[in-house]
Design a protein around this ligand. Structure first.
Ligand code: NAP
Length: 496
């Protein structure tokens, strides 16, 4: 590769997480072999490559949190630990011979489409490359969000974000603070509490926490999954139904099936059984409707607050000092280690995508979405941005298993590229009519969603953009899968 003649690929995919891997498999199976996948990590797996904090595990059953075409019968638990997801990614690379397509330690800095020669020019940390078709397969939870708290850089102890866990830092016998009580903190806190000499959890907004049907899968069960006809399929079906019922149906069809209040009652009862101190219990109980933000599932998060060496601090943080955290009441919490479980930039301008992406007329995708609000066609393509696809674009994900989304989006992309190849077209772009029609149909269901509950305004939920939109696809998984594979090809304009 030289600056004057960048290497050209037919297709470049940004991201070697499960989105990028699944899309590459779908493309190869459809006969597209000139595919390069770049990723700034040093191995495959995306979020599971970066997140290695203690307690990391899936919180969607493993029977669903995997590709339909590569189902594993060797998960050790019904909710596999993160290390098994990393192994699964490596296995997928091997089984589908993806290694030759992957280029790690490569960060994309910008991408712009030249309408004259119909080529994407991509600047990366390892030099420029070009391609005909660009697929953004970066997940929504890849950019750590550091809290904008005064003095954050002055702390003299060790600071780390959960998604960049420093395993050289020994927490044994140390005074540790955790900022945040989202899904990540829920997994970290019970794991580290027994190690630390004192653990202070700084909570701004409590999270709904439900018990997790997490159990080991012993050897006989694994054998049954792999060898008894129908067992694997039935288990998967039950798991998919559970996932569908616990998010897409509850969240998007709340107006028809208002079952979140039943879950809330169960969650309140669960807090009562888990937390001894009534005041701590009160502080751990959210006041917003379950579903406004992502609930968590854990069997020992709540009870960890019964420990004498764990403190729940709900006074707001005033600043971080060289010795620890000062809260609004003036209380000083002296700490050795500060853990930022503060989540990710999800709908922030610099998060989707994480680099400047420019259309032929010079529009920047992030600015375009910011000015005109998020929109897309099935979460996969955006009018005005030809030859560009997103696997996890706005209004594409319905909240069920992420793997189902990947398979659906990849099927959509392959369908467009197949058609372009059949017509000998060098440009494909979704029409604005098709996009508008899709957006109208999704937004028309908005009134049914749980996100319209007025209490959501106090949830601090990253589901909401700053304009108040929730860019989920208000649809069932079956409907999404059908639409991804059956949309009229006339919804795209193809040019030779
Ligand atoms: P998150 O849900 O965004 O939670 C971030 C936490 O940090 C919130 O409690 C937030 O409080 C707090 N926070 C942020 N800035 C703060 C500040 N300046 N001061 C005080 N508190 C602050 O992030 P996450 O826990 O990393 O989870 C993100 C997503 O990752 C999850 O929703 C889930 O989709 C995924 N995840 C999945 C798994 C899994 O499947 N295994 C595990 C972990 C995470 P507020 O609520 O008040 O903003």
């Amino acid at each position: 590769m030289t600056a004057s003649s960048p290497v050209h690929y037919e297709i470049v995919i940004v991201g070697a997480g499960f989105s990028g891997l699944g899309t590459t498999i779908a493309l190869k199976e459809a006969g597209f072999d000139d595919v390069l996948v770049v990723d700034d990590a040093d191995g495959p797996g995306g979020t599971w490559q970066w997140n290695t904090y203690p307690g990391v595990a899936v919180d969607i059953p493993s029977f669903s949190y995997q590709f339909s075409f590569a189902q594993r019968s060797t998960w050790s638990r019904s909710y596999a630990p993160g290390s098994e997801l990393r192994d699964y990614a490596t296995q997928i690379v091997e089984d589908y011979s993806l290694g030759g397509h992957l280029q790690f330690n490569t960060r994309v800095q910008s991408a712009s489409f030249d309408g004259d020669d119909r080529t994407w020019r991509i600047e990366t940390s390892r030099g420029p490359i070009t391609c005909s078709w660009l697929i953004h397969a970066g997940g929504p939870l890849s950019q750590p969000k550091l809290p904008d708290i005064e003095g954050i850089d002055t702390f003299a102890g060790h600071t780390m974000h959960t998604s960049r866990w420093d395993h050289d830092v020994d927490l044994t016998g140390r005074r540790v603070g955790v900022i945040g009580t989202g899904a990540t903190a829920v997994q970290v806190i019970p794991e580290i509490a027994p190690l630390t000499s004192a653990l202070t959890v700084f909570q701004r907004t409590p999270i709904w926490c439900l018990p997790k049907p997490d159990f080991p899968i012993g050897r006989p069960a694994r054998a049954a999954l792999s060898s008894i006809p129908g067992v694997g399929r039935l288990t998967r079906l039950a798991s998919q139904t559970f996932v569908e019922a616990t998010f897409p149906v509850l969240a998007h069809f709340h107006g028809w099936i208002p079952a979140t209040s039943l879950l809330e009652t169960a969650a309140r009862q669960y807090v009562r059984t888990q937390v001894n101190d009534p005041e701590v219990r009160r502080k751990l109980t959210p006041s917003y409707a379950l579903g406004c933000k992502r609930p968590s599932f854990h069997n020992s998060y709540l009870s960890t607050f019964n420990r004498d060496d764990v403190t729940l601090e709900t006074d707001s943080i005033e600043c971080i000092t060289p010795t620890g955290v000062r809260t609004a009441s003036g209380a000083e919490h002296d700490l050795d280690v500060l853990i930022l479980a503060t989540g990710f930039k999800v709908t922030d301008r610099d998060a989707l995508p994480t680099y400047a992406l420019t259309s032929p007329d010079g529009s920047d995708l992030a600015s375009h979405w910011e000015d005109t609000r998020f929109h897309s066609y099935q979460g996969v393509s955006t009018s005005g941005f030809p030859n560009f696809f997103t696997i996890f674009g706005p209004y594409g994900y319905n909240g069920a298993s992420f793997f189902t989304l990947v398979e659906n989006s990849a099927a959509h992309v392959v369908r467009v590229l197949d058609e372009a190849r059949r017509r000998d077209a060098t440009v494909a772009e979704v029409t604005s009519d098709a996009q508008d029609h899709y957006m109208d149909s999704i937004l028309a269901r908005g009134h049914l969603q749980v996100f319209t509950d007025p209490t959501c305004s106090s949830a601090n939920s990253y589901y909401f953009t700053k304009q108040g939109d929730v860019p989920f696809r208000a649809a069932t998984t079956i409907e999404s899968a059908w639409q991804s594979r059956r949309f009229p090809l006339a919804h795209y304009a193809f040019m030779s």
